[in-house]
Unconditional design. Structure first.
Length: 174
């Protein structure tokens, strides 16, 4: 009996030894290629810095610049027709991204919107919004507006247009 236990222990011990040295994935973090101080960093992989497909909306640094750029954006046409598919995508994206502030009915009374003190999220039915061109709304979604966050990182270009189609359909003048 003792002999058997010893044999099993020896086997287990050998297994451990095998685990420690035998397998290729057993590597300390220190044993890896790394850029040492003062060494030139590795060049980026081709394509890792995008140089095409960038945002076409200007990014002015001043309030006046923003106002002018938003005016100019009125000329940008909406390339996505308000089909049932676009409206369905827009509804989904609105719920995910905008409802929290602007509310389900677009009245600016979402759970986070109600906490705004200095300026509430706009009621999306207002003439101020519905009289703007699609391109101007697109500008707001791309660049944000004071307390309103921008959505150029969260929504792809086509998705922003889908949200605008939904905005018009749901909260616009019928
Ligand atoms: C964190 C809260 C918040 C979220 C989320 C948010 N908004 Fe807003 N939104 C605001 C606030 C606040 C304003 C008023 C900004 C101002 O005028 O200072 C505003 C204003 C606007 C305006 C009017 C801008 C103008 O002055 O022309 C539009 C259009 C709009 N939001 C659409 C949207 C859409 C569409 C989404 C979702 C993609 C969204 N918002 C998400 C807070 C939010």
């Amino acid at each position: 009996m003792r002999g058997t236990i010893r044999a099993i222990s020896a086997l287990l011990l050998l297994g451990q030894v095998g685990l420690c040295w035998g397998y290729s994935w057993n590597q300390d973090m220190v044993d890896q290629p790394s850029a040492k101080p003062q060494k030139f960093p590795a060049p980026p992989e081709p394509g890792s810095v995008p140089i095409v497909g960038g945002e076409t909306m200007p990014a002015p640094a001043t309030d006046d610049g923003m106002r002018e750029a938003k005016e100019a954006a009125a000329a940008v046409p909406n390339p996505i027709p308000a089909t049932a598919e676009s409206l369905a995508r827009g509804a989904y994206l609105y719920e995910m991204n905008c409802l929290v502030c602007h509310g389900k009915q677009g009245q600016g009374d979402g759970p986070v919107g109600l906490k705004f003190v200095t300026k509430s999220p706009q009621d999306l039915h207002e003439d101020y919004i519905q009289d703007q061109a699609d391109g101007q709304l697109f500008f707001t979604l791309t660049r944000g507006r004071k307390l309103m966050p921008f959505y150029r990182d969260a929504l792809r270009v086509e998705e922003r247009w889908d949200v605008i189609d939904y905005l018009r359909h749901e909260f616009g003048k019928k």
